[in-house]
Design a protein around this ligand. Structure first.
Ligand SMILES: Nc1nc2c(c(=O)[nH]1)N[C@H]1C(S)=C(S)[C@@H](COP(=O)(O)OP(=O)(O)OC[C@H]3O[C@@H](n4cnc5c(=O)[nH]c(N)nc54)[C@H](O)[C@@H]3O)O[C@H]1N2
Ligand SMILES: Nc1nc2c(c(=O)[nH]1)N[C@H]1C(S)=C(S)[C@@H](COP(=O)(O)OP(=O)(O)OC[C@H]3O[C@@H](n4cnc5c(=O)[nH]c(N)nc54)[C@H](O)[C@@H]3O)O[C@H]1N2
Ligand SMILES: [Mo]
Length: 769
């Protein structure tokens, strides 16, 4: 394992793949694993991923299935890379920080920072200094506690988390923030599935998905919308393969012909390695960005008209009468739909939409799955509400094989919400906290991620604690966000690996290194495990097996409860000092506070854990009216001014969120470069820009500010005319902070208006084959 060098951008382009997974995927995962760590550690981690009693794969939130149905290797290429990245034997030491100043580290790439390895001991950057220096745990946590205690208002502090955090530390973090006096709990969900939560809470009364793996296997028709499962949820392809095997159909809706949507070869079955694999999408709709609202409105119109022609045969009138409200306003809205508008917004032909409609009519049960392609648009919430309308019309919720399936990202992002990581938890949750702990939690809503940036920028928040994420790279408008962070008196991060957020410092900055999910967690009462909740509300344990990356690491539970104790003492009678010895004590509190967690310690120890009840599946809709709600959503189409493109910022195959693992995007045929912009060949021709040319991406938005991401190569790619795609986080600088989804406040990362400006030097043609 030699020294890490900054990767050169050397682009080569092949035709995009039309199938995902298979033998090469396993080989790629092992190569990455062995480049990071030893064969022994690789075996210890990979063989226990997603096995009962093993590590929950930190790769994504896709469920594992019942223990007896799991494959021996129930993980995917990308989950394996992700865990190897954590199990790396490389270390970031005090000598490293003595050698590299903070300003030097701030110039480094995300890739280089991550490749340095695991963080090993607490470090501090003091006011005026430009180097991190070692600091003891007590002194480090006292520094944070003193800054928190010195604030005029608890609302001047921010507690950010990502969905990597397991349930126990997540519960303690929100308890700490609320006992301290604030609901400022911004999290990665604000940037991710907040639009889903918002739309589903409003229409079905619960912000989560309603389907199980079993439902998916037994559904007649599954929509996969705005999602790239071949890269981001590879094990979902196994489920879709099963759906197909049992006679179900799949419709994929995406601007890009993503490999995993087309054909799948199962990597853990012999026929996956040799055969042609399973065709996944029976129909692929190559939609224009942001056209999904129009598509589902058109499908709804076709259903209403079919019912007109044959009353009582198309809609589920009994369901609508018994369980829903709002049909009238919904109906009026859809009847006014104009087909020309639909075709312009979607870029689809009417026959394609009619063909989907025929599939719907033939299907007794329908599921719609979606991810960031729906949520990260200005009209993300109305789009998801329209998806709900579509399902309600034929009673496709609360029935086997039917329902809503927002496919979550981070492995415990859903669990963190259940544990109270939300700036707007309902009063019933706050009341339960009060009952359990005897203090009155603040009721004023806290700040989400976008509002947190505004507060730091405007000097209304001064202390930022980040847990398990990379805030400055996850958030929009990078220049604005970095200035905001630098405005703070103190920034502190509880992390496993070095990232850019550690280099964008407040006056004082702290790195608080912690155990990762693969590390053994030994405490005074013995070895501890933690728990997580997946995308389908299954709660189960996760337990690491490796020797910790350094003896100086503390667990997240220990760091959070020691800090809380320093700030709050035993004032409220919360026994902070006990928790790190025995995580069962935390789970006992969770059992008393969080609905569905009764007898938590016993039930979670059963193989496979337990599934949280979803009221929707017993036809109970906890909305204000007690019924599921039809909504009228204003028709919206995305357009770019002449000479401009709609840019979506997305993940390559070789990255995990803000952390690139390599410079390739295998399925899309991109090798050796991340600063690429995928654009239709005809658009390039029309703009007079050559394939392979070096361009700057220039963002234009209503605030008149020009945002630039410089030095990207153009790649001719089969994306709809007028649109483009480029990787996050390099392009976050282009996403305006104030360009957010209605209601959910999620940045519009999938619709950024840009133009391409030729950059010097003159273009070098990309290699082709
Ligand atoms: N390997 C790996 N796995 C991951 C992650 C990772 O970074 N790496 N991240 C995790 C996280 S936190 C999340 S949230 C998920 C993200 O999972 P995805 O949502 O699959 O992630 P993105 O790369 O953002 O891809 C968005 C997809 O939506 C499509 N899309 C864009 N705009 C539109 C649109 O307007 N309409 C439609 N119909 N489609 C559109 C894009 O072409 C792309 O296929 O993955 C999780 N899993
Ligand atoms: N432009 C654009 N922006 C986006 C998106 C997009 O599609 N486009 N997607 C958004 C989405 S969906 C999300 S979820 C966010 C993701 O944003 P985040 O969740 O904030 O970012 P990550 O890259 O997952 O965080 C990586 C860091 O987490 C730390 N870490 C990893 N494991 C552990 C652990 O076990 N414990 C602790 N304490 N730390 C750990 C490591 O230090 C690592 O560097 O980004 C969002 N931003
Ligand atoms: Mo996410």
């Amino acid at each position: 394992m030699g020294e890490i060098v900054e990767p050169e951008e050397e682009l080569s382009v092949k035709k995009p793949k039309t199938w995902a997974t298979g033998a090469p995927a396993v080989a790629h995962a092992l190569t990455y694993a062995l480049g990071q760590t030893s064969p022994q550690r690789t075996a210890l981690t990979l063989l226990t991923i997603n096995q009962a009693g093993g590590i929950d794969c930190p790769g994504c939130a896709w469920p594992e299935g019942a223990p007896k149905e799991r494959h021996r290797n129930e993980y995917c290429e990308n989950g394996a890379k992700h865990i190897s990245d954590e199990a790396t034997t490389r270390r970031v030491t005090r000598e490293f920080f003595a050698e590299h100043s903070v300003s030097e580290l701030a110039e480094r790439s995300d890739y280089w920072l991550n490749q340095q390895g695991r963080l090993t001991e607490p470090m501090v950057k003091r006011p005026g200094g430009d180097h991190y220096e070692p600091i003891g745990w007590d002194e480090a946590l006292t520094l944070v506690a003193d800054e928190l205690k010195a604030l005029d208002q608890p609302d001047e502090a921010l507690f950010y988390t990502s969905g990597r955090l397991a349930n126990e530390p997540a519960f303690l973090l929100q308890l700490f923030a609320r006992a301290y006096g604030t609901n400022n709990l911004p999290d990665c969900s604000n940037l991710c599935h907040e639009s889903s939560g918002s739309a589903l809470n409003e229409t079905l009364g619960i912000g989560k998905g309603s389907v199980s793996l079993d439902d998916l296997h037994n559904s007649d028709l599954v929509f996969v919308v705005g999602q790239n499962p071949g890269t981001n949820h590879p094990r979902m392809l196994t489920a879709l393969e099963e759906t197909k095997r049992r006679g179900g159909q799949v419709v994929a809706v995406n601007p890009l012909p993503e490999a995993g949507l087309l054909r799948f070869k199962h990597p853990q079955k012999a026929r996956g390695i040799i055969g042609r694999g399973t065709r996944i999408a029976d129909q692929f709709l190559q939609i224009r960005p942001g056209g999904d609202l129009a598509l589902f409105q058109a499908l709804n119109l076709l259903l209403l008209e079919a019912e007109d022609k044959a009353p009582g045969t198309v809609l589920d009138q009994d369901f609508i009468a018994a369980h829903t409200t709002g049909f009238g306003v919904f109906n009026d809205n859809i009847r006014a739909l104009d087909w020309d508008d639909v075709l312009a917004a979607t870029g689809l032909r009417r026959e394609e939409i009619e063909e989907v409609h025929q599939r719907v009519l033939k299907s007794r049960s329908v599921i719609v799955c979606w991810a960031m392609g729906l949520t990260q648009h200005k009209h993300g919430v109305p789009t998801i509400r329209e998806v709900v309308n579509f399902l309600l019309l034929r009673g496709n919720v609360g029935r086997p094989g039917a329902g809503v399936c927002p496919v979550r990202g981070h492995s415990n992002v859903q669990g963190d919400r259940t544990m109270g990581i939300w700036e707007r938890m309902p009063q019933s949750f706050l009341d339960a906290l009060e009952k359990e702990f005897g203090f009155a939690p603040p009721t004023r809503h806290g700040l989400d991620s976008v509002d947190a940036i505004r507060a730091m920028r405007d000097g209304r928040a001064h202390v930022f604690l980040g847990v398990a994420g990379n805030f400055v790279r996850a958030t929009p408008d990078s220049d604005v966000t970095e200035r905001a962070l630098r405005n703070c008196r103190l920034t502190a991060h509880i992390s496993t690996k070095l990232n850019r957020s550690h280099t964008v410092c407040g006056d004082t900055a702290l790195i608080l290194p912690t155990l990762g999910r693969s590390d053994r967690d030994l405490q005074a009462t013995g070895e501890q495990f933690m728990t997580v909740e997946d995308s389908m509300s299954d709660v189960h344990t996760t337990r690491g097996r490796l020797a910790p990356a350094s003896p100086a690491l503390l667990s997240e539970v220990a760091i959070i409860s020691r800090l809380a104790h320093l700030v709050l003492g035993e004032e409220q009678g919360i026994t902070w000092q006990k928790y790190e010895e025995d995580y069962d004590l935390v789970r006992d509190h969770i059992a008393n506070v969080v609905p569905g967690f009764h007898d938590f310690n016993r039930r979670v120890r059963e193989p496979g854990g337990f599934t949280l009840p979803n009221p929707v599946n017993s036809m109970t809709f906890p909305t204000a009216s007690g019924s599921a709600v039809f909504t009228a959503n204003t028709f919206t189409a995305l357009t770019a001014p002449p000479g401009h493109l709609i840019l979506q910022t997305l993940r390559s195959h070789d990255q995990w969120n803000t952390v690139p693992y390599a410079m390739d995007d295998r399925y899309r045929g991109i090798k050796g470069a991340r600063r690429v912009v995928l654009t239709h060949a005809d658009d390039l021709a029309e703009l007079g820009i050559e394939e392979g040319a070096l361009v700057d991406l220039v963002g234009v938005w209503e605030d008149g500010v020009e945002r630039r991401a410089n030095g990207f190569r153009t790649v001719a790619y089969p994306t709809p005319r007028g649109s483009a795609a480029a990787y996050y986080p390099e392009t976050n600088v282009l996403v305006p902070l104030d360009s957010v989804a209605e209601r959910s406040n999620t940045p519009t990362s999938k619709s950024v208006i840009i133009r391409l400006e030729p950059a010097e030097p003159a273009p070098v043609p990309a290699s082709q084959d």
